[in-house]
Design a protein around this ligand. Structure first.
Ligand SMILES: Cc1cc2nc3c(=O)[nH]c(=O)nc-3n(C[C@H](O)[C@H](O)[C@H](O)COP(=O)(O)OP(=O)(O)OC[C@H]3O[C@@H](n4cnc5c(N)ncnc54)[C@H](O)[C@@H]3O)c2cc1C
Length: 388
């Protein structure tokens, strides 16, 4: 393709979903990434826990959350692939009376926003999750939430993009090119490609891509740690689990292994966006899992990894046209970027075609331009290893 309508730089879950939806809408699209395939180490999509949780989400992203949630049950059919989608619900539990108030508040807020969420206690809670700690007093329960395999989804979205006529340029360094009137396209290895619009969806690497244009984004990057247990009998834990006051996300995979996440940070190595897990964090992360599901004490931790994600000061991504002509940004997805990705793909494709998409308005990439510089400096200098 010599002159596509749109170039998408970055083939993580956000870039592949955007590219796939653009070609579905009839655009001629090139998707470029220096990695050989989507969801390569150490991207956020590669590291991601793959949780599909609707509860506890900000008002800004509830509409996209809802649209995405309606599509996840049919995503394997849409993409014609096994994505390890499992919709066993999500349980946000508490072990304290004070925590029950937090749960009640979440249930009230989310129910008022139209979510099918309920407070579960006693026998009902044990029926949903028999293996969680007997200390659990109650939980916010959203049936229909669950998990999927982020790498599989991104690779399947790339395959669907190609089947629909999109062209992927993978495995060669990608840089943005700029002319007098703004961004003109990219170079990928020795080749230059021009397009009227270039979408930067390069996760934490968007910072350096835009720095090449002299632009500074109000984003920082952090590396989050994931742990994996050895095999256990599959089916012990159907829902995905989080807990009030505990830094933990817990789920059981199809293989029977347990996966533990949370905001446990790894230490940057100083080599690009690479990071190495911190021993003390790993052991605390594991013991948090054991506290919430005592049965985990019988398992061994067999794998650990960390992936780089871009974070914005208000926790919401930056999505939309930049004031520099020819440039569109879709970066800064953290925490729940995987869950909303199909809705983001569809919304961005419509926004590119028609502009002014109402569901993307809260994510205007220039909304933080007027942020107090001191507050921004504090955001950037927040301890890189702090546990949230
Ligand atoms: C440990 C962890 C657990 C998570 N758990 C969940 C969860 O349970 N549920 C959920 O919904 N979300 C979760 N998230 C968040 C979610 O995974 C991310 O928001 C999402 O994967 C971000 O995708 P992305 O495509 O924006 O970025 P990435 O996946 O980081 O992709 C960026 C891509 O850009 C490419 N790139 C690098 N340099 C360039 C360049 N110069 N030009 C072009 N491309 C380039 C990279 O190779 C990569 O492919 C988690 C994140 C982490 C880190």
């Amino acid at each position: 393709m010599t002159r596509p309508d749109v170039i998408v730089a970055g083939a993580g879950i956000i870039g592949t979903m955007i590219a796939w939806h653009l070609v579905r809408n009839g655009a001629r699209v090139v998707l470029a990434d220096p990695a050989q395939q989507p969801a390569s180490a150490s991207s956020a999509t590669w590291a991601s826990a793959g949780g599909l949780r609707r509860q506890g989400r900000s008002a800004a992203d509830q509409p996209l959350t809802r649209i995405a949630a309606a599509r996840w049950p049919g995503m394997e059919a849409e993409l014609d692939a096994d994505l390890e989608v499992s919709l066993g619900g999500h349980l946000h539990l508490t072990e304290t009376e004070a925590g029950l108030e937090v749960i009640r508040a979440r249930v009230a807020t989310d129910r008022a926003a139209g979510l099918d969420i309920e407070l579960v206690e006693g026998a009902h809670l044990r029926e949903i999750a028999p293996e969680v700690t007997p200390r659990a007093l109650g939980g916010a329960w959203t049936p229909g939430d669950g998990q999927a395999h982020p790498g599989r989804v991104a690779r399947a979205a790339l395959a669907a993009f190609r089947r629909a006529g999109g062209e992927a340029r993978l495995g060669a360094p990608v840089r943005l090119t700029r002319g007098a009137a703004g961004v003109t396209g990219i170079t990928t290895g020795p080749d230059a490609l021009e397009a009227p619009l270039t979408i930067v969806a390069a996760g934490a690497w968007s910072l350096e891509l835009l720095a090449g244009l002299g632009l500074t984004l109000p984003l920082r990057w952090r590396a989050l740690t994931m742990l994996l247990s050895d095999m256990a009998v599959p089916g012990l834990l159907a829902p995905t689990v989080t807990a009030v006051g505990r830094n933990l996300s817990l789920k059981q995979l199809r293989s029977g292994q347990f996966m533990l996440g949370g905001n446990w940070m790894s230490r940057p190595t100083g080599q690009g966006l690479q990071a190495l897990p911190v021993d003390t964090h790993m052991s605390e992360q594991w013991s948090t899992g054991v506290a919430v599901m005592p049965r985990l004490a019988r398992q061994r931790m067999v794998q650990v990894w960390a992936g780089a994600e871009a974070q914005s000061p208000d926790g919401n991504p930056l999505v939309g046209r930049m004031s520099m002509p020819g440039l569109y940004l879709a970066a800064g997805f953290s925490n729940h970027g995987f869950q909303i990705s199909p809705a983001v793909g569809a919304a961005v494709a419509e926004d590119v075609a028609r502009g002014g998409h109402p569901l993307l308005a809260p994510f205007d990439p220039h909304r933080l331009d007027a942020t107090d510089p001191d507050a921004l400096a504090r955001f950037h200098s927040a301890p890189i290893l702090a546990v949230a």
